[in-house]
Design a protein around this ligand. Sequence first.
Ligand code: HEC
Length: 318
Amino acid sequence: MKKIKLSMLLVLPSIGAFAADVAPVAAASAEPSVGLNSTEMLIVILLVFTVVLLVVSVALLNAFKVLYQEQLNPTPYTPPVKAQLVDYHTWLKKEQAKPSIWTKLLSLRPMEEEKNLIIDHSYDGIKELDNPVPAWFNILFLATVIFAISYLFYYEVSGYGDTQDKEYANEMAQAKIQNTAFLAKSANTIDENTVKLDNAPAIVQEGKSIFATNCAVCHGDKGQGIIGPNLTDDFWLHGGGINNVFKTIKYGVPAKGMISWEKNLDPKKISAVANFILSLHGTNPAGAKAAEGEKYEAKNPADNQMKAASDSVIVKKP
Ligand code: HEC
């Protein structure tokens, strides 16, 4: 036994040493952080297999050795210790005199009553005792049956309770409501720094109607400019691009006759009308007012007014 253990102690480290030898080679040949290639994988599998085989062989050898020695000089048979049986009987007597909760729970009957409990049949001499299942267990069993039936009725038959599918659908619907509420709220927190160029048809359309009611009197129905400047060209008095346009609309240029729209339009509406104005870029409407201000070049590609015009599907001059 000792010898085998010793030999195992000698063999295992040598396998480890071999593995350690292989590992650097594997690491060197593999592409960086790609893992093991198939040859290295094979080596690892073979190594693992070898180790398992070795352990099993050692265990088997050990078993054979024990059996062999048992053959040579068998361990003398020692009958089961009587003391344990005696102990059991004393325990049983005590138990019957004053049954523990466990015994009561199992509704075990005392040994003396056993002859009354024997059922009148035997199979190959094996007799059966009439030990009924404890009442609490039967009650529990019945309760589970009743529960199962009511559960089935509640969820599957009557449709009172929501099944998982339905619960999921409900929660998704609830989430959608919250999501729209959140989006509506967050849309109203936009300012000149966070406003985004968005030529989605719905937004441009909304902007168009806001423009028609509020702005067209001064800027013309096509943004060509009347009192206010032309909003369709490359030239801007206060800067082009979504952020500047938003800012001009929000704060206005009161001294020059363009009021601040902050109080009349919420941020979402200002954003929509600003996006509509950018969508007008390059439309060159009839009777367009002469360019005023400086030519605007977008520094930020997302801010590029040209893009808004070319992408826009809503407003395009034929
Ligand atoms: C009462 C007339 C009037 C109304 C109504 C009006 N504007 Fe103006 N707007 C002007 C004038 C005038 C200017 C030029 C200000 C300046 O010279 O600095 C101007 C400037 C602008 C500019 C800046 C143009 C540039 O070249 O930088 C934008 C953008 C603009 N208006 C958008 C709007 C929008 C959007 C509305 C409607 C919500 C609107 N305006 C309503 C008179 C008006």
